[in-house]
Write a protein that binds this ligand. Sequence first.
Ligand code: ADP
Ligand code: ADP
Length: 220
Amino acid sequence: MSVYLVLLGAPGAGKGTQAKHLMEALSLPHISSGNIFRENLNKQTELGKLAQTFISDGQLVPDDVTIAMIRERLEQDDCTMGAMLDGFPRTPTQAEALDVILADLGGELDAVLYIKVTQEILVRRLSGRWMCRAAGHVFHDEFNPPLVPGVCDYDGSELYQRDDDRAETVAERIRVYINQTAPLIDYYRQRGLLVEVDGDQSIEAVADTLMAALPEGAVQ
Ligand code: ADP
Ligand code: ADP
């Protein structure tokens, strides 16, 4: 049986960080829409060129493009046992499309893990975030420093600060989140799929809370 999970939360809530913990525990592939866009941007593919202006302005990439990209990813062989989606869906249209994609794959959404974080904390997390070039591993100069400054602990690649983590763009991304993505919290709560955890705690405490809150059947 397959297991499909969604990580929901504002920019900087800790979705990517927790995905790494959960991946090890659940052996599900981690599918981050942001990471796929950034890979395409680095390679300057058509998709990357299209996404570039939206990302650097802190806006969402249009739904049709994003939905097609996620469908293609979920259809790959490594997702037959399920997947952990991080950063998708981000709009009601994307949420509806996800149901259709999963039904086509013979599955359904098992749970939406909502990491709830206070707004001031988000800004501090994003301003100190460092990401690795090779695989998008995430660090923080204060809260989760790498062993060697500027170098990824996992693959040795260079760490960089994302262009869209600048203060002006962060403010816009949080606005976009509140207007376009936050309505999904109630949408999934009403469907009985929402698992809400307090994301203001330490990385380890959030990971423990998430593991304890996972629905039965998710841990294989
Ligand atoms: P998201 O994927 O939701 O945007 P990230 O996982 O990239 O969030 O985390 C944003 C930043 O905050 C990173 O620098 C990360 O190291 C740091 N971080 C993540 N979770 C916590 C936490 N619980 N406490 C402190 N810092 C955190
Ligand atoms: P964060 O980890 O800070 O939440 P992401 O890495 O998930 O940010 O996303 C970075 C950017 O990529 C977003 O600001 C947006 O421009 C684009 N993006 C990522 N996921 C989606 C999505 N599901 N729909 C539209 N745009 C997206």
